[in-house]
Design a protein around this ligand. Structure first.
Ligand code: URA
Length: 264
């Protein structure tokens, strides 16, 4: 399942992440690195632990991902973002929306970017699209606290337009670091922007959804964005398509698949 292009995209994201980190150091006044620190460090082996507080099944600690485990906490990454002005969205946002949920989640949902409600509250998916996402999570018999939820960009694009590529590029290192920190077993990309940014593709969501893709060894399921479902109605084909995608996610996580029947 691992593809060259995904390995390449992880490498470029890691490069971007390192560049952002070095820029941060430079901005905070560090103007050089002592030569003794430039020796290649010995590999640190971090013992993997099942997340004992995770309520729905055990985290699969044997899963073979090539996304390096991170020693960074989400709090550290958030602090590192600071009062972020790395792209033009920083100037117009009210609140930076970092992410919320279980820092050891087995399942991460990645959306596009904050809307007006999220911008006002500093929390992802708390507006109308959030109500739909809550219904999806509840239908999976999970709770919001079980999963981790974040976005491709952390600041609201004006008029809720899709994020532009320079904004996605500026924010990507932080998304990568969040995913490295949580290291979920499955990622769900909600909508075109998330799926295309994570998979580094221009293929439309209708063609990407319904099958797992590889994100550095982590299975990634693209599905329709909750806002799209809002526009298409509660019992629409697209709603059931999302349910089919979530059924596959539950099966992969070896969680029970609740029986849902379509009203005709
Ligand atoms: N849409 C998104 O993609 N993300 C949010 O947080 C809210 C709406």
């Amino acid at each position: 399942m691992k593809t060259c292009s995904n390995r390449h995209s992880t490498q470029s994201l890691m490069f971007a992440s390192l560049t952002a980190y070095l820029q941060d150091l430079q901005e905070s006044g560090v103007d050089g690195i002592p030569t003794e620190l430039m020796k290649v460090p010995e590999t640190v082996i971090v013992p993997l632990q099942a997340a004992p507080f995770y309520p729905v099944g055990e985290k699969d600690v044997t899963s073979d991902t090539n996304l390096p485990a991170s020693l960074e906490s989400l709090e550290y990454i958030r602090k590192n973002l600071g009062d972020c002005q790395r792209c033009k969205l920083g100037a117009t946002r009210k609140n930076l929306v970092f992410g919320s949920g279980n820092p050891k989640a087995r399942l991460v949902f990645v959306g596009e970017g904050p809307g007006a409600d999220e911008d006002a509250q500093g929390e992802p998916f708390v507006g109308d699209a959030g109500k739909i996402l809550n219904r999806i999570i509840a239908a999976m018999e999970l709770k919001r606290e079980d999963v981790y939820i974040c976005n491709v960009v952390k600041c609201r694009p004006p008029q809720n337009r899709p994020p532009e590529s320079d904004e996605v590029i500026a924010c990507s290192p932080f998304l990568l670091r969040q995913l490295q920190s949580v290291k979920p077993e499955v990622i769900v990309a909600l909508g075109t922007s998330a799926a295309q940014a994570l998979l580094q593709t221009k293929v439309p969501i209708s063609k990407l959804r319904s099958k797992f893709h590889d994100y550095s060894g982590i299975p990634l399921m693209p599905t329709y964005h909750p806002s799209y479902l809002l526009r298409s109605g509660g019992n629409s084909d697209s709603f059931w398509s999302v349910w089919d995608d979530m059924t596959q996610v539950l099966q992969l996580l070896k969680l029970p698949v609740p029986n849902k029947s379509r009203k005709r």
